[in-house]
Design a protein around this ligand. Structure first.
Ligand code: HEM
Length: 189
């Protein structure tokens, strides 16, 4: 949520588009946030997907090899018991998979564009039998939080935010140096 709000503070057109979608969808559902109404927030989902690309909460995944395996096209054989680290953040910023990777662009995740993302190059929730069990719940919670804020406030950068943000080097999960400070102005004012 924090990184999504930070990016929306930087890109007011993205923030406005998300707020417009929210108004339209909630308008259809009597202003109520329900499972169904939140599911219709397609653009907000694109914002969350793009935020998880740039700031994956788990930047690496770990696996242990259970069968001898030769990496296709390489002269490398993994033995049973070898521990493998999958560089999620590295994949998410690889230009072969995400053009202009340092640009926050929710359009990458439209239904149409998503089809062009190669399998296993976008892994915010992991993959395979140990994929995150809370994926849908996590997305739903994030939508509720973002919707409550966007509905009531315009979000802009605070002079206290170190911009562009630098991620702390000593933390395993992405945390901004100095925190992320944002200004919230009531939408009614
Ligand atoms: C945006 C929110 C979340 C993100 C980005 C996230 C990400 C991840 C990732 C990357 C993994 C490792 C998957 C792998 O190794 O392939 C994982 C595992 C897991 N997550 Fe999440 N998660 C989120 C929210 C949640 C929530 C809300 C819950 C519970 C309510 C949850 C419960 C779990 C559990 C239990 C596992 C271990 C699954 C297993 O090893 O079988 N996660 N998550």
């Amino acid at each position: 949520m924090t990184f999504a709000l930070y990016q929306m503070a930087l890109h007011s057109e993205i923030q406005e588009k998300a707020r417009e979608e929210l108004k339209t969808v909630l308008g259809k559902y009597n202003g109520e946030m329900t499972y169904d109404s939140l599911n219709e927030l397609k653009y907000m989902k694109q914002i969350i997907d793009e935020t998880l690309r740039m700031y994956p909460p788990l930047p690496v995944l770990a696996r242990t090899c259970v069968e001898k395996y030769k990496i296709p096209g390489e002269d490398i054989v993994l033995d049973v018991g070898v521990r493998v680290v999958i560089p999620v953040a590295g994949l998410h910023f690889d230009e072969d998979y995400f053009k202009d990777p340092n640009t926050f662009d929710p359009e990458r995740f439209t239904e149409e564009n998503k089809k062009n993302i190669p399998q296993y190059s976008y892994l915010p929730f992991g993959e395979g039998p140990r994929i995150c069990i809370g994926e849908r719940f996590g997305i739903m919670q994030t939508k509720v939080g973002l919707a409550c804020i966007l509905k009531n406030f315009k979000v802009s950068l605070s002079e206290k935010t170190i911009h562009p943000i630098r991620l702390q080097k000593r933390n395993f999960i992405p945390v901004a140096e100095g925190g992320i400070w944002l200004k919230l102005t009531p939408t009614t004012s």
